[in-house]
Design a protein around this ligand. Structure first.
Ligand code: TXA
Ligand code: MG
Length: 318
């Protein structure tokens, strides 16, 4: 198992040596390494069992640092960066040569993000390079929102986990890219479509679900627990699956006919931020129980609810 702590010096030393360190962000924990070092990048792919065709996001500590790695930034991207960074937004922008092709899987665009977490920002400021960091989970599994989640699955493969506590947002960043300056959302995430459109006007949502997506986080099956997950109206699902071996994920209300330990209510007050924060832990916890099937319902499809529903759909697809 990896050591868990808040020692930024230790994290810095390991990263300077080309090692991997798990880092907290406001969205989910990342599996971080020197984005400019090809050996380190290979370690990231191999620790996650991640195919090389799935590009990595580069994390920076300021707009100035982002400028060192991307170019020809269009006006809408600049607006979004100024308004929402640091925050749960990844921008796909033309990369400069210094970013290795391994980071982008050979694409001309690099995903870049300025995360909002004080420990990780303090760490980034002490490093002479940006950090490539995919979510710190095995490829295709649920993203981690606590240091312990990371340790449960990748603990044997990394030296250190920087512990920033539970992630405040709880779902991954929203990915925004541009086609001839026209904005697209490629992954729903912690920054809502509404917030983005308020800033730059209408945005096309293009969440690919094919086997060769532009953003492989959009593979139809992703963020998936090991247990079968069925989505729909809980009372209808229960008619066909009523036995002691189901787990339930509901938005605000628990079910009286199911034992409490098998139920996770995402937010008793129907608060969407709280629901997003609780989603991945709920999936992980139910995945560990002695149950056969997880039954879940959609949350209202507004704001962060869109990202939650997207993750639920992918978790149910296999
Ligand atoms: O919130 C987040 O974004 C977290 C934290 C750690 O920052 N990171 C994260 O990384 O979710 P990852 O690798 O699990 O998901 C990144 C997604 C992948 O689906 C990848 O395909 C897509 O971003 N992506 C990255 N760079 C891309 C690029 N150049 N073009 C298209 N898609 C890209
Ligand atoms: Mg991921």
């Amino acid at each position: 198992m990896a050591e868990i702590g808040t020692d930024i010096d230790k994290a810095r030393t390991l990263l300077m040596q080309g090692e991997l360190v798990a880092i907290p962000t406001e969205t989910v924990y990342g599996l971080a390494g020197n984005a400019l070092n090809e050996n380190t990048l290979l370690k990231i792919f191999s620790a996650k069992n991640r195919p090389h065709f799935d590009p990595l996001i580069v994390h920076v500590h300021s707009l100035e640092q982002a400028n060192e790695y991307v170019e020809n930034i269009n006006a809408s991207a600049i607006k979004l960066a100024i308004k929402f960074w640091p925050g749960p937004l990844t921008l796909l922008l033309p990369k400069k040569k210094i970013i290795p092709d391994l980071v982008t899987s050979g694409l001309d665009l690099v995903g870049i993000r300025y995360p909002d977490n004080s420990l990780t920002l303090a760490l980034l400021k002490q490093l002479p390079f940006p950090l490539a960091a995919p979510s710190a989970n095995p490829f295709g599994y649920i993203s981690p929102t606590t240091a312990q989640h990371v340790n449960d699955q990748l603990g044997g493969k990394i030296a250190y986990i920087l512990d920033g506590g539970p992630c405040e947002v709880g779902v991954e960043s929203t990915i925004v890219g541009f086609d001839k300056d026209e904005p697209f959302i490629y992954r729903m995430g912690g920054l809502t479509q509404e917030e983005i459109e308020h800033e730059i006007g209408p945005v096309t949502v293009q969440l690919n679900a094919s086997s060769n997506p532009k953003s492989p986080g959009q593979l139809a099956s992703h963020y998936a627990p090991q247990k079968k997950l069925l989505l729909g109206n809980l009372n209808d699902l229960l008619k066909t699956h009523f036995n002691s071996e189901v787990g339930i994920i509901s938005f605000e209300k628990s079910l009286s006919n199911i034992k409490n330990e098998n139920q996770r209510v995402l937010s008793k007050n129907g608060n969407m931020e709280e629901a997003a924060r609780n989603l991945f832990a709920a999936l992980r916890e139910l995945d560990k129980l002695e149950i056969e099937t997880i039954l879940a319902e959609f949350v209202p499809d507004i704001g962060l609810g869109k990202a939650i529903n997207d993750r639920l759909k992918r978790a149910s697809s296999r």
